[in-house]
Each structure stands twice: as C-alpha cells, then as structure tokens.
Design a binder for this molecule. Structure first.
Ligand SMILES: [Zn+2]
Length: 916
C-alpha cells in the first residue's frame, strides 16, 4: 500500500504489484444470524490455519461499521486491538495446526443506506457483499482469494420473515420459541466471502424442476413479493435457457440441487451472482407484456444468463484479487453476449439470412454501447486498463472497460484461435469463428484451475495452450497488452489498387494515445476481419482475417479482377473484430456501396454510421443554422433500406437511427454540446421530412396485432414501427399537422403491450406535442403502483429533447413528486441520471444551471450512498474538452464538490481524477 496526498484528504491507493498471498486460510465458516432490522446479532465461528508460504504475522480482519462484543480463540478470551477498521490478533497459536476463532458482533441493517453488507428493503433482509461488503456483516479476511466452506443458520420472527434463504442446500428448518423460526443452509462448494448471501422476508416463488443432461434433477426458484408472481415467467424461461446453453456450448452443468433468484427493488447494481442465491434488481426479473418493453425482456434474458454463467466463470474459478475483476466479468459478459446471439439466431433456425441478421443486430447493439460509453471512458480521466494497476475504491472499477472492453478481449481470443490460421496471418473461408478452439481453451482452463482464485494471465495462458500454432499462441505475450494498456487503439488504413497487376495493397498502421500514467504504448495484436467488393457491390475477396502486430504492416491481395479497373472497396473490421477506431478515407460512393451490398451486416450498418458522422461533423464545424445536412444520395440509400423487401425490421431500425450526441462529441477535440444537439436535431427533422411517406408506410406495415411475443422478429417490427411513429410525429410538429399526433394518442390508448404503448407516449413527448401532457397523466394513473413503470415515466420526461431550457425545470419539479425518492437507486437513476448522463442537450446549459443541479445531487447522494453518488459524479468526466462557457462552468462545479471535506472515498477518487 502507498499513501497519496490529494489535497483534501489522504486516500489509500492499492496497487496490483503489491499483492501478497493471505497469511491465514479460513477453511470453514459457521455463521448464525439473529435477524432484527434494528440490531442483528452475528455469531461467526471460523476454523483458520496459518499459510505456511507466508512469514508468520498477526491476523488482520477487515470490518466496517460493526459493533464488536466478543472474540474467542479456541474457546478462550484473547487480547486484540483495533487498527483503523481492522481487528488485529497477535497472540494466536504458533505452528501449522488449525485453530478456532469465534467473533460475535452486531450491526444495524435498517440504517444501512449504502446497500452494501446486510440491509433492509421493503421489510425484507438482503445482502450485497461484492466487492467488500462482507466486512459490514462480520470481521473477516475480505478478499477473493480466501475460499471457505460455509454453513449458515438464520433465525427470525416467523410471521415477519417466513422465508429464510442462504447459499447452497437447505439442511434443516423448524420453529423456535417466541414465534421465531430457523433455517440452516450448507453450501457444498468453497467460495470467497463476496459470494455469501442471505435473504429473509415475506416472499413468494415460482418454481420448476428441471432435469440436466446428466439426468440430475434441479429445483429452480424465482422469489418475488406477492403480487409480482405473474411477472416471473420470462425470468424462469431465461434461467432454463441459460442452463441448457451452458451445457450445450461449453459442457458446463449446474452443480447445485437448488438454484434461486430473488428480486429486490433497492439495489445499487443490476444483479449479483451469489452462489446458488442470485440477488437481482427487480428491473432484471419482473416482466409481463403490460408493464415491460421488448428491451426489458432482452435485458432480463441477458442478465439472468450473465449471473447464471458466473456460477462457473467467477464462482468455481474466481479472481485472485480485484485487479483481476475482468477475469470473471469480461469473460462472463462475452458469454452472455454469445448466449443472446445464439438464442436470437436459434429462434430463426431454417432461415440462414434472418439468423445472420439477428446475430448482427445483437452485435451492433453491444458495439454501440462499447463505442459510446467505453471509448469515452478510455479517452477520459478515468481511463484504466482492463486489468487496472491501482485503485482507491474498487467500487469505482465496475466499469464498461472491465466489462465491455474485457468482453472484446475475450472475443478477440476466440477469433485468434481459429484453426486454419497460418503464421503468415491470413486465412480464407467464411466460417472460422474459433468457437471450437475457444471451447477447448475453456475446458483446459477448468481442468487447471477449478476451485482456485486466479489471474487474467492464467486464463489467457489456458486458451493459448489449448490451441498451439494459432495466432493467439504465437503472439500471446504481445496479445496480453490488451490487459495492461489503457486507451482505444486507432488503426489507420490506406488501400491502393494496381489495375495492370490486379493487385490490391492494404497498409494498416496502429497508434494509441497516452492515458493517465501511461505515456507510451506498444503495438497491440489486432485481428482485422476484412473482405473486398467491387464498385458494383460484388464480393471479389471473401472474408479474411489479418493479424496486425506491428506499428505498420502491408498486406497484398493478388489476382483481383474488377470491372473497369476501378479500385475495390474494402470492408474492414467486419463484425467489429477488434475494439479499435478504424480511420480510412472512404468516399461517400464507397460507403454507399458497402451500405447497399456488404455481405457483413455489421459493416452495412457501419457504412451508414460513417455517412451520418461525416455529415454531422461538417455541419458542426460549419457556421450558421444547419440546413440539409444529409445529401440526396444518402437519403435515397436510407429509403432503399427502409423499403427493402428482405432486410429484417430490427436491422432497418438500427441503420435508420442516428449516432448519439455523445458519440458525435467523442469525434471532436472541442465540444460544443448545444451545437451538436442542434445539428443532430436538424438531421432528425430532415430524415423525418424527406422520408415522410416511407415512415408512414413503415408504421402501417409493421404493426403487430397478434398476442405479444418478445421474439426477435416481432420485437424488431415493433422497434421499426415505433421509430416510424416518432418520425411522423416529429414531422407533424414542424408542419403543424394534427393527424399523426392524434394517431399516436390513439395507439397509446389502445396498445396491447408496454412496448407499443411506451413508443407512442415517447413519440408524443419527444416531438413536444401538446397531447403529451394528457398522455403522461393517463400513463401515471394507469401505472402509478408499478415501480418499474414509474421509472420509465420519470426517465422519459428527464430525457426529452430540450427546447429552450425546458427540461431542467421539469426535472426539479419531478423531484418534488410524491413518488420520487433519491434513496431508491432505480428511481434516482431514472430521473437524475437520465438528465445528467443521457440528455446532453438539456444538461449542458450556458447558464451552468445543469452543472449546479448535478453537483447538488452528487453531494446529496454521497451522504448516504457513495457508490451511486460516484456513478453520477462521472457525468462531467469529459469536461476539459468542452467549449466555453461550458468548460469553465464545469470546472467550477467540480471544484465545488472537491471542496467538501467529508466526501466519500468513492466520489473523492472520481472528482480528483477529473480535476488532475
Ligand atoms: Zn458479472
């Protein structure tokens, strides 16, 4: 450890290089809880032994906000001392023999507003221990490399807490005196303490027995509050699909008799993979067609999958230390992305083109998130490698870099273990995704490390060792720079064609900008999937994989016969084969060819994005009112996509959606958020106007009238008709037409499902139509008892396009609404985060009122929930790129927060980095 002076307070910086193995092992843990919201008593009986590989030293146990009542060693009282929040025991038995340690503490779950450790939500007890919450339950070696066997006894009032759950298998349960009862749980698997969980309260469950391939039977349960049972079918289906998928794709089966999911409405994150007892934010469990949108259904499927897949990647093999967080998170995000892609394409089995398109739709959605959020993080003050070198507060490192970029690193490994790959770096053929080699690597990883706490290096080594001779094995040390170097690499591509020799030369150069603490970057290993089209759109070179390893490298392609000797059109980075920025001077004609003809749907979409971006950037840089930003050729091409008889609706919706304002901002050195907002709004208006008849046609012809199904085809149709309705309503605003807004109101009133209803409401709100007001009121009266639907209601109003600064007053007013509370993280996110993080046109005000509002909320939240406050604190990460007057105003707001002397460690770290 090291100490760093940051001006206001002294923060302890933890360094990866300083890792040492624990001085003690904890073999068994026997926990007894007497649950009481005001004062819960925790008896912790452990069996420990010294780690013979580490010099003898005192035992230092982590604790946080605990009241210590008793410490016994082998049943005898002992001396101890407190060092900051650690309990230190110096007089322990010498030698290797195990000894017993008993610690009795109390805590106050009802007062736990941080939602870390043991807390109460709606009269139910829940826990959240990752990363360092277990120390708020008892004194412990709160680190992931200490793995122990747990048995847990829960005691509580039977009437108030009829359901008592913990990890593993239920061993015994029964009544106690005074109306209390107990349940005893034993987890058959060793685990680190961050995977401990308990739940106690009035819950009901949907349950189902399933038989695994091995013939073993498992009990699956989804626990919710009574009244929510009709919203659990989709979560249960998703769990069953996850179990089947992991068996089929990786041969990994459920290793527990019982697997439980419990939903809580007060939760800092999405969900938590506690062994056998996953605890979920209600947002990722509850759904029925009346209350949840297609997006909610898709998110539930992927989050249920994600947490279930952790049972192997995270729980059976865990992280040695928190710097290795991406070992479990990057890998598990990769697995849940593959799961969603496989499920979407399986639903369309038999129609190869549709299945391919469904995979591409998922891929595009994932890449869009990566590029808008992670690329921005990688270029800002919080930039850090996928495996960070240091942190002050680990909670700040549950980031898109660890998760989404980490997943891309795993995906590249899969790409680079394709069997046919030769040392020269190129390989022909289309279907060589490396799935088989990657599955072999996973098998070796489990063979070597099952039951251990390991590192990212161990994982990469196993994948490479299982695939000798592949590019990954060949370049492994260099490949691992993806773990060590922060920042998004840029790949600059130049192509040239010699018509006489029929030879195409592609020169690729890579670079990566400096990031905090890393001035110089060495070249990465970058897989570039590519093909070539002639100018009529015919593919003249089928997909190839190039492996870029040097700063600059040229690749030659021979015998390319193209009509009229015109240079071929390169389709590079197909399926987004690496998380890089590709720079190439594409002409508009080349991009239109790719949009119309590329066999890779990702690059078709990408061509449209590049055309939008070229238009947006030149309009942002020009003077005066943006006018006719999109040219006729692009509009014609977009019309062709919209009207295309064979493309699927979900894909069309993605192609016809403009890049986000934040993504446009990332392409500029100096950012004027209002200018970007104005330009993008002008582009939307133009798209609405020029394609008006086509939008009207798309709306009419894609409406679904049958019963609701969340499958990819019907959800795609709803997405496209929803976008079309937005567009015709937007156009109506600019032409004072009343037909379409009235139509939208009718759709809103008569909708059979939440997706259509919310799309109609949102079309009215975002077009600023007067009918939005009665629709919002009606929506409220219909759903005011549905917390998750109310989150949508708040979020929609906070993210509406700004018109003359009208959004902030609405947000301030909504904060006074009886249904608003900052204490509930979902509600805080729905209103405050939607405004500060997702509505740049409204947030960045020239009078600085948006920033003032933001700084007030960060401080307010920090007083009771630092983890959520620190997330909000990141809204101004990119302040130094802002144009004046925004830049100075943002600096003032950041400084105002920094001046508060008692900031949490979480917020202090974020603000200090932003100002450094
Ligand atoms: Zn996870």
């Amino acid at each position: 450890m090291m100490h760093l002076r940051d001006g206001q307070a002294t923060a302890t910086v933890i360094h990866r290089e300083a890792y040492t193995a624990p001085a003690f092992w904890i073999d068994t843990v026997d926990l007894s809880f007497d649950l009481d919201p005001a004062k819960t008593r925790v008896l912790n009986r452990m069996r420990l032994r010294r780690n013979p590989d580490v010099p003898a030293q005192a035992l230092r146990l982590d604790g946080d906000e605990l009241n210590l009542a008793r410490v016994l060693v082998n049943g005898q009282g002992t001396s101890f001392k407190m060092d900051a929040s650690q309990l230190v025991l110096e007089n322990l038995p010498e030698g290797d023999a195990p000894f017993d340690l008993e610690i009795f503490t109390t805590c106050a779950p009802a007062k736990n507003t941080k939602l870390m450790g043991l807390f109460v939500s709606n009269d139910t007890f829940f826990t959240q221990c990752e990363a360092e919450g277990f120390r708020r339950i008892t004194y412990f070696l709160d680190r992931p490399d200490v793995m122990s066997s747990y048995s847990v006894t829960l005691r509580a009032d039977k009437k108030a807490y009829p359901v008592l759950l913990s990890n593993g298998n239920l061993l015994a349960q029964g009544p106690l005196e005074d109306g209390r009862h107990f349940a005893q749980w034993v987890d058959p698997h060793k685990k680190p303490c961050y995977l401990f969980a308990l739940v106690a309260g009035q819950l009901v469950c949907r349950e189902q027995r399933v038989t695994a391939r091995s013939g073993k039977e498992h009990l699956l349960q989804v626990y919710v509050r009574s009244g929510d049972l009709d919203k659990t079918e989709h979560a249960m289906n998703s769990l069953r699909a996850s179990i089947a998928w992991d068996e089929a794709r990786f041969g990994l089966s459920l290793d527990l008799e019982r697997f439980m999911i419990v939903a809580t409405s007060d939760f800092n994150m999405g969900a938590m993979e506690n062994k056998g007892l996953n605890i979920f934010n209600t947002k990722f469990v509850l759904a029925n067609s009346a209350t949840a949108t297609d997006t909610d259904y898709a998110n539930i499927e992927s989050v249920v999958g994600h947490e279930y897949f952790h049972n192997w990647t995270g729980n059976r093999i865990t992280c040695r230390d928190w710097f290795q967080l991406s070992l479990k998170e990057g890998l598990t995000v990769f697995r849940d992305q593959e799961f969603s892609q496989d499920l979407a394409s399986q639903a369309l089995a038999g129609d190869e083109a549709a299945a391919k398109s469904a995979r591409a739709v998922k891929r595009i959605e994932d890449v869009r998130l990566l590029r808008t959020v992670q690329f921005a993080e990688d270029a800002g003050p919080m930039a850090h490698p996928v495996r960070p070198d240091s942190y002050v507060e680990i909670n700040n490192f549950y980031t898109v870099t660890i998760y989404e970029k980490g997943s891309e690193v795993v995906r590249m490994m899969q790409t680079l273990v394709a069997p046919a790959l030769t040392a020269s770096g190129t390989v022909g053929g289309l279907a060589h995704t490396g799935q088989e080699g990657f599955a072999k690597g996973m098998a070796l990883y489990f063979e070597r490390h099952d039951g251990q706490a390991v590192t990212c290096d161990d994982f990469a080594q196993a994948i490479a060792d299982a695939n000798p001779g592949t590019a990954l094995a060949l370049y492994l040390p260099q490949f691992k720079r993806w773990y060590a170097q922060a920042g998004t690499p840029r790949v600059h591509a130049v192509g040239s064609y010699d018509a006489t020799t029929q030879r195409y030369t592609l020169t690729l150069s890579q670079s990566c900008a400096a990031s905090p603490g890393q001035e110089h970057k060495d070249p990465f290993v970058i897989p570039v999937q590519m093909g070539l089209l002639d100018h009529t759109g015919r593919e003249v070179l089928a997909s190839q994989l190039l492996v870029l390893t040097e700063a600059t490298q040229s690749f030659e392609f021979h015998d390319l016969s193209v009509p009229d000797g015109q240079a071929p059109v390169p389709s590079l980075l197909r399926d987004f084969s690496a998380p890089v920025v590709l720079e190439m001077d594409f002409s508009p004609a080349q991009l239109l060819t790719l949009l119309a003809h590329d066999s890779d749907p990702f690059n078709q979409w990408e061509a449209a994005q590049r055309l939008y971006m070229q238009a947006a950037l030149s309009a942002v840089r020009a003077e005066g009112e943006p006018n006719q930003v999109l040219d006729a050729a692009l509009l014609d091409a977009l019309r062709t996509v919209l009207r295309h008889p064979n493309m699927d609706a979900a894909f069309k919706e993605l192609v016809l959606t403009l890049p986000a304002e934040t993504y446009i901002a990332e392409q500029l050195d100096v950012v004027d958020p209002q200018r970007i907002h104005t330009v993008r709004e002008a582009m939307r208006a133009q798209l609405a106007q020029a394609l008006h008849d086509d939008w009207a046609w798309a709306f009419e012809s894609h409406r679904e009238n049958g019963s609701y199904q969340p499958d990819p085809v019907s959800s795609g149709r709803r997405a496209l008709s929803g976008l079309a309705l937005h567009m015709v309503c937007l156009h109506a605003r600019n032409t004072a037409d009343t037909h379409w807004p009235e139509r939208a109101l009718k759709c809103f009133d008569n909708a059979h499902n939440m997706t259509d209803r919310f799309n109609a409401l949102s079309a009215l709100v975002t077009s600023g139509n007067a009918l939005a007001t009665p629709a919002l009121q009606r929506f409220y009266s219909l759903f005011s008892r549905e917390a998750l639907v109310m989150d949508k209601w708040f979020a929609l109003q906070a993210s509406a396009p700004d018109r003359g600064g009208n959004v902030l007053p609405v947000v301030r007013q909504l904060m006074q609404h009886p249904d608003f509370t900052l204490k509930n993280p979902n509600r805080a996110r729905s209103l405050i985060f939607s405004f500060c993080n997702a509505n740049p046109g409204a947030f960045h005000r020239s009078d600085a009122a948006g920033y003032v509002f933001w700084s007030e909320r960060v401080l307010e939240l920090d007083a009771f929930n630092p983890q959520v406050a620190a997330r909000l604190a990141r809204a101004l990460d990119r302040w130094s790129k802002l144009a004046e007057p925004y830049r100075s105003a943002a600096h003032v707001a950041l400084t105002r927060i920094a001046a508060k002397s008692d900031l949490s460690r979480d917020v202090r770290e974020v603000i200090t980095r932003a100002l450094s």
